[in-house]
Design a protein around this ligand. Structure first.
Ligand code: FES
Length: 152
């Protein structure tokens, strides 16, 4: 059912923990199952130099968090904002359709952490700020992905 990469990142997740001096932190919850992911980013000169996570969730959520931290490291803020749940799932050689919603958590946690960084640094467009707090798990401000919630 799960790819080898999913099993590997679930059994041996990379980058678990906290970054004490993180300058972008985001926490999101999955409305489908109640699982929670917290993402810590350290950004220097517009580059994500470190990423760590804590996830209280299913195996697919742990594996996608792990892969998401690997993907986000070394990216510019703009590149990191474009990481989608599908890209995370593809990097894991796919997820079963019923577990695709778990990857939303990774995408949204990255988006929320980047939003926090941009907010702290005055980089959020005022129009965007009006309707987006970056803290809402149903927030689709960076990508359209409502269809992923309908997989099950
Ligand atoms: Fe909740 Fe996977 S079942 S994130």
């Amino acid at each position: 059912m799960y790819s080898e990469k999913v099993m590997d990142h679930f059994s041996n997740p990379r980058n678990v923990g906290e970054i004490e001096d993180a300058n972008g932190v985001g926490q999101v919850g999955n409305p489908k199952c109640g699982d929670i992911m917290k993402m810590y980013l350290k950004i220097e000169d517009n580059i994500v130099v470190d990423a760590k996570f804590k996830t209280f969730g299913c195996g697919a959520a742990v594996a996608t968090s792990s892969m998401a931290t690997e993907l986000v490291k070394g990216k510019t803020v703009e590149e990191a904002m474009k990481i989608t749940n599908k890209a995370v799932a593809e990097a894991l050689d796919g997820l079963p359709p019923a577990k695709m919603h778990c990857s939303n958590l990774a995408e949204e946690a990255i988006a929320a952490a980047l939003y926090d960084y941009r907010k702290r640094n005055g980089l959020v467009d005022p129009n965007e700020a009006q309707d987006c707090t970056g803290e809402c798990s149903a927030c689709h401000h960076s990508h359209g992905r409502e269809e992923d919630f309908e997989d099950e």
